[in-house]
Design a protein around this ligand. Structure first.
Ligand SMILES: C[S@@+](CC[C@H](N)C(=O)[O-])C[C@H]1O[C@@H](n2cnc3c(N)ncnc32)[C@H](O)[C@@H]1O
Length: 266
């Protein structure tokens, strides 16, 4: 009997990410789960004075504009770090020509929740720099806040790699810096449209706590119910995370257990 090989991040062709189908399935209209994520994230940015964050990160930005819009009031420079040529093309076009009309309901919601956001989405996106690269290009301690939406669990089947990706995400912020993230809950490897299977590792709240509790302070995990208006990705909902990198450097070093399970909570 053959064993199925675990597919890592490097085994997928991210340059060929199906932008059009991904947007059609997830972001061409405001889904109930988006409302939950935007509500959660906007509370974090409302807690930051306008313009108080010198530099923030959107890790694996993809073609999703609403996390970038949300950061627009608090951040003076937003780095949208993204490896995929297809996503980079889409992001650059959106920033050059202004966001597609389909993003306007997203922006209206963001602005209704955070009045510090400017009148137009184009203005909110002005601090965004599109940065080609991967998690491996992150320089520790660079950012005041790092945000990551549907990336660490959606880009590898390897739990050790998931852990290392989350570790780099935590260390991307300065000591005391803020972390904001969302994860598909228990999602196995998935298809977008009729395309290839993309690698994912199913994570639940316990797995997130095992990875983030030893590395952060003030860890909070919330949940959005499964959204049945989305295609069936096999998930059970969305997990939303806030935390801070410890100010004193007391966190444990990057480790991945040999069993492939997330590092145990220390
Ligand atoms: C499921 S998509 C999520 C996109 C977007 N953040 C969102 O909210 O819809 C995963 C994203 O992670 C990016 N990605 C894949 N490998 C990566 C890596 N090693 N470092 C950073 N981003 C990566 C992909 O190109 C893709 O844009």
């Amino acid at each position: 009997m053959g064993t199925t090989r675990v597919r890592g991040n490097g085994d997928a062709d991210w340059d060929a990410w199906p932008v059009v189908d991904y947007l059609a399935e997830n972001y061409r209209r405001l889904h109930p789960c988006d409302i939950g994520v935007i509500r959660h994230h906007s509370a974090v940015y409302r807690d930051c004075a306008p313009g108080s964050l010198a530099r923030t990160l959107e890790l694996g930005a993809g073609p999703n504009l609403y996390p970038l819009m949300l950061a627009g009031a608090a951040s003076r420079r937003i780095d949208a770090l993204e490896p995929s040529a297809a996503n980079l093309r889409y992001l650059r076009r959106q920033l050059d020509r202004g966001p597609d009309d389909s993003w306007q309901p997203f922006y209206a919601l963001c602005r209704s929740l955070d009045p510090a956001l400017p009148g137009s989405s184009t203005e909110a996106l002005r601090p965004v720099r599109v940065v080609p690269g991967t998690v491996d290009d992150l320089v520790p301690g660079t950012y005041d806040l790092a945000s990551m939406n549907f990336v660490a669990e959606s880009v590898t089947e390897d739990f050790d790699e998931f852990t290392l990706l989350c570790d780099a995400f935590v260390h991307a912020v300065r000591p005391g810096g803020r972390l904001l993230a969302s994860f598909m809950e228990r999602m196995p490897s998935y298809r977008i449209g009729a395309g290839p299977v993309w690698p994912a590792c199913p994570v639940d709240e316990a797995a997130l706590r095992a990875v983030f509790a030893p590395r952060t302070t003030g860890l909070r995990i919330a949940r959005v119910a499964k959204d049945r208006t989305l295609p069936e990705y096999g998930d059970t909902g969305i997990l939303l995370l806030t935390a801070k990198r410890p100010a004193t450097g007391t966190e444990t070093p990057a480790t991945a257990t040999p069993t492939g399970a997330p590092a145990p909570q220390g």
